[in-house]
Design a protein around this ligand. Structure first.
Ligand SMILES: CN(C)C(=N)NCCC[C@H](N)C(=O)O
Length: 298
């Protein structure tokens, strides 16, 4: 958070709250899609998106789609601030130009890529424990506890975190973190390059992009980065679930090889469609609030 704040002179503090609130709003609206994606990637019982949606609704009601949402909401402020703050500061260090000067003197795409990768690398470590708990809770398919029915393995996010910590120690909370880092480092470079490139293509030199341009460029940056991230996203989710299921992988490569052996190469594209549909609106509003934040602090 401080990283993003320190980048600019604080003129309108409310813009930071807008940045955090829109991030949380996008997260809430996108969460049902994320739950379907995670289940398609880690469970073999579903025939596709519709089948997964119908079964989830019938068995768990609408609430089933919102399982595991509380920790991501709590952590979004930190995660987005680290990502966008590190990106902005890395770009500032690489180009020695402020955000305002950057419109007249566009940074090279190599600098944008390096700054994006740096942001992706550092945010992955903040995200890892929250993401692990999210994935574990999203995969609990039990309906709401009825009197007499067996309780689900995890009673909520805190119980989930405490159980993992007790069973495996602090390292257990970072299960899948390596796959998450490999997923996010290059794809966040791609994310910011796509965004900058699309803004540059549709904005006259020296001018700021319009809100419509920011929304479209942000949406497509989300789709492009998630399309490239999907293969490692599948592996990451499977490794995060591996501690629970009978399946145990010897490492990332073993998880890749055994997934391909059992399910073919298509396994790397599980959840791609639903994730792309989610990525457009979520990242369109994220970039719009980020630009607003930079202008009001700027
Ligand atoms: C490909 N990846 C990992 C990303 N593009 N990450 C940044 C976007 C994060 C946004 N909250 C989302 O969930 O889409």
């Amino acid at each position: 958070m401080e990283a993003l704040r320190s980048n600019c002179e604080l003129k309108e503090p409310h813009s930071w709250y807008i940045f955090v609130t829109t991030g949380a709003l996008g997260l809430v609206l996108g969460h049902p899609f994320d739950t379907v994606k995670v289940r398609l990637q880690t469970q073999t019982t579903y025939q596709g998106i519709i089948d997964c949606m119908v079964k989830t609704y019938r068995h768990e009601s609408l609430l089933g789609f919102f399982k595991g949402m509380s920790f991501p909401i709590v952590s979004i402020a930190v995660v987005n601030s680290v990502l966008f703050g590190v990106y902005s500061n890395a770009l500032l260090a690489l180009t020695a130009t402020s955000h305002q000067e950057r419109r007249a003197q566009a940074p090279s795409y190599t600098h944008v890529f390096i700054a994006g990768c740096t942001g992706g690398f550092l945010q992955a470590y903040c995200l890892a424990p929250f993401d692990l708990i999210k994935v574990r809770l999203q995969n609990q398919t039990e309906p709401r506890a009825q009197p007499g029915s067996p309780p689900p393995r995890y009673r909520g996010p805190v119980h989930c975190a405490a159980s993992i910590f007790q069973a495996e120690g602090p390292r257990g909370l970072f299960r899948g973190a390596w796959a998450l880092t490999l997923r996010d480092t290059p794809t966040l470079g791609i994310y910011f390059v796509t965004y900058e490139w699309l803004c540059h293509q549709s904005t006259p030199d020296g001018q700021n992009p319009s809100s419509a341009t920011v929304l479209v460029a942000g949406g497509f940056a989300g789709i492009t980065s998630w399309v490239t991230a999907t293969p490692l996203d599948v592996i990451k989710s499977r490794m995060q679930m591996a501690g629970l299921e009978q399946r145990a992988y010897r490492g990332l490569l073993d998880c890749m090889v055994s997934s391909v052996r059992q399910e073919g190469l298509g396994v790397f594209f599980r959840g791609l469609t639903i994730n792309s549909a989610r990525a457009f609106p979520v990242n369109a509003v994220t970039f719009l609030s980020y630009e607003y934040l930079l202008h009001s602090w700027g």
